[in-house]
Design a protein around this ligand. Structure first.
Ligand SMILES: NC(=O)c1ccc[n+]([C@@H]2O[C@H](COP(=O)([O-])OP(=O)(O)OC[C@H]3O[C@@H](n4cnc5c(N)ncnc54)[C@H](O)[C@@H]3O)[C@@H](O)[C@H]2O)c1
Length: 303
């Protein structure tokens, strides 16, 4: 028995990296998989049929898969990807919005095309691939559907030189929160992954920071993310919704969501004098909260 027996899944950007391992693991667990990838460079230029090789790999391992080369960044592409699942396998249960590109520049050098390309693949890509699936879930009342979206520490904490990528990845977290509310009525769940793995997207950065690269280690392998995504795609995760799951460096964690951690009121309108007192006290509360969360969030052995 596989954890995804009878399920049909779309994995975008599944030609390599994290998406590849998710597609392989889904197939290992019994899902029929649409392997979407346009096979471009890390900056989104170019294209190739790398999805075919992943399909062959899945079939060689005894699984079922079909390739799709549409871009996630257009409405037609999103529809094409969805339609491939319907035409090839007769339905859809799981969508993994994993495809991604990078065009890192500081804001001083961030040209319009670098901004637009990254927003298009990540943020718009989530919309383009999700909408046909969401409409289908509502029309068919298909039970137990899952959407897994891909954010990043860049969008959730911030990372130098990535205003385009950070904005898109932060937007994906917001998109996911609202989507989870809208789909809850149909029993579908929407969760967000904040991943970390050694792939072509991160290996050079890792090296530049003087860190070792060992793609097969449990701390760096995309496979660690694939296992978590597979669990979240399965029926076992039915009561986990609208969460951000952090998977990197060998740990799996849950992220806090935006929340007010301390607040004050006054009678009447705020004055600048009141705020001279309130804002430093709020900053102090923030520091205490950060310390508390840092301690609580440190990885612990699973018992
Ligand atoms: N690797 C990490 O540590 C890390 C960290 C944070 C977030 N992420 C996110 O995880 C996801 C996977 O990243 P990865 O590291 O495996 O990268 P990767 O470059 O190895 O794989 C991404 C894949 O997406 C495909 N792709 C790009 N644009 C596409 C488009 N328009 N349509 C269809 N496919 C397209 C690429 O061809 C590529 O095969 C991305 O969303 C990335 O932003 C990765």
């Amino acid at each position: 028995m596989g954890a995804l027996d009878g399920k049909i899944a779309v994995v975008t950007g599944a030609g390599r990296g994290i998406g590849h391992d998710i597609a392989m693991t889904f197939a290992r667990e019994g899902a029929k998989v649409v392997v979407n990838d346009l096979g471009g460079d890390v900056d989104g230029e170019g294209g190739s049929k790398i999805a075919d090789a992943v399909v062959d790999e899945i079939k060689a391992a005894g699984g079922e898969a079909v390739a799709n080369y549409d871009t996630v960044a257009t409405v037609e592409g999103g529809r094409g990807i969805f339609q491939t699942a319907i035409d090839s396998f007769g339905g859809l249960d799981i969508l993994v919005n994993n495809a991604g590109i990078l065009r890192d520049r500081t804001i001083y050098n961030m040209e319009e095309e670098d901004w637009d390309a990254v927003i298009a693949v990540h943020l718009r890509g989530h919309y383009c691939c999700t909408r046909p699936f969401a409409q289908y879930i509502r029309q068919t009342n298909r039970a137990g559907c899952r959407i897994l979206n891909f954010s990043s520490v860049s969008g959730l904490y911030g990372n130098f030189g990535q205003t385009n990528y950070g904005a898109a990845k932060s937007g994906i977290a917001g998109f996911s929160r609202v989507l989870a509310l809208e789909l809850a009525k149909y029993g579908a769940t929407v969760n967000t992954i904040s991943p970390g793995a050694s792939t072509r997207m991160t290996i050079d950065l890792r090296k530049a920071r003087g860190r070792e690269v060992d793609v097969d280690s449990p701390e760096q392998s995309p496979q660690q993310i694939a296992e978590v995504v597979t669990w979240l795609a399965s029926d076992a995760s039915h009561d986990i919704n609208a969460q951000i799951i952090d998977v990197m460096e060998g740990w799996v964690g849950i992220m806090q969501q935006p929340a007010v951690i301390k607040s004050f009121t006054v009678d009447g309108m705020w004055t600048l004098n009141d705020l001279d007192k309130a804002l430093p006290a709020l900053m102090e509360a923030r520091r205490e909260h950060d310390e508390y969360v840092k301690e609580k969030g440190a990885p612990q052995p699973l018992k």
